[in-house]
Design a protein around this ligand. Structure first.
Ligand code: IPE
Ligand code: IPE
Ligand code: MG
Length: 242
């Protein structure tokens, strides 16, 4: 185990979601091609996963590839998926050692069979782990997730298994990609951008938002701890009078 121990003022959220942004800018500033930023971003993923698991986070959702990212140049997309495939094999030991259970959030339809195979293998390998759940949002969009949920609910209504009046928040939640995960308490976005970019639209209703100015490849344990300290200073009201 490395890194500082949790301090008194470091409040560990139960559930964390991260929009890992700024790989391209990091690479550009360093004089490299964009893909070098994505490569370096893998090290930041390992650090954040390991540190969140060590600190006792229950669920971590990482935004790795959005539905809209399919509009990027084909070369960047294929290099990103090469990196993802490498990650899914190379990180197996780290996931097992940290008792991390891998999950996927997103549409499977556009993912190549070799990507799906490695994803499913790593999910199956880690399925028995009882530590942190790590959900990778790949080919993920918040609106698409809600569309997919609505279609499945509509099919149940049509089949007569569900009445329209019985559709509640619980029904919608049960049809999300990972219904078992708690809503994020903390949403972190790197590279200074202050937007949601179609991430977890249903789930972030009451998430606290922390924007870090560093680009994702430079996001390490120190920045994660800063986010947790910032979270610890928030007064969460959930619409009530405290
Ligand atoms: C985030 O970094 C990684 C993905 C979206 C896959 P970007 O590639 O968006 O980096 P910037 O925003 O161009 O700097
Ligand atoms: C959001 O980052 C998606 C991921 C981090 C995977 P983008 O870089 O795609 O978002 P925008 O385009 O700046 O909103
Ligand atoms: Mg970006």
């Amino acid at each position: 185990m490395t890194g500082p121990r949790p301090n008194d003022d470091l409040v560990v959220p139960r559930s964390v979601a991260v929009i890992m942004d700024g790989n391209g800018r990091w690479a550009k500033r360093a004089g490299f091609e964009r893909i070098r930023g994505h490569e370096k971003g893998i090290d930041a993923v390992r650090t954040t996963v390991t540190e969140c698991a060590r600190l006792g986070v229950e669920a971590l959702v990482l935004y790795a590839f959005s539905e809209e990212n399919w509009q990027r140049p084909q070369r960047e997309i294929s290099l990103l998926f090469q990196l993802l495939k490498r990650f899914l094999v190379a990180e197996r030991d780290t996931l097992m050692q940290n008792r991390v259970r891998l999950l996927h959030a997103g549409r499977r339809a556009r993912l190549q069979p070799d990507v799906l195979a490695l994803l499913d293998e790593t999910i199956a390998l880690t399925a028995g782990n009882r530590g942190m759940a790590l959900s990778l949002a790949i080919s993920y969009g918040g609106r698409q997730e809600l569309v997919d949920a609505m279609q499945r609910i509509a099919a149940e209504v049509e089949a007569g298994r569900l009445s329209p009046a019985a559709v509640t928040e619980t029904t919608i939640r049960a049809h999300l990609y990972q219904p078992g995960l708690p809503d994020p308490d903390l949403l972190i976005r790197t590279a200074g951008e202050q937007r949601i970019s179609n991430f977890l639209l249903w789930q972030v209703s009451y998430a606290e938002i922390h924007v870090s100015d560093v680009c994702w490849p430079d996001f390490g344990a120190e920045q994660l701890h800063a986010a947790f300290r910032d979270y610890g200073r928030r007064v969460r009201k959930f619409g009530k009078v405290p």
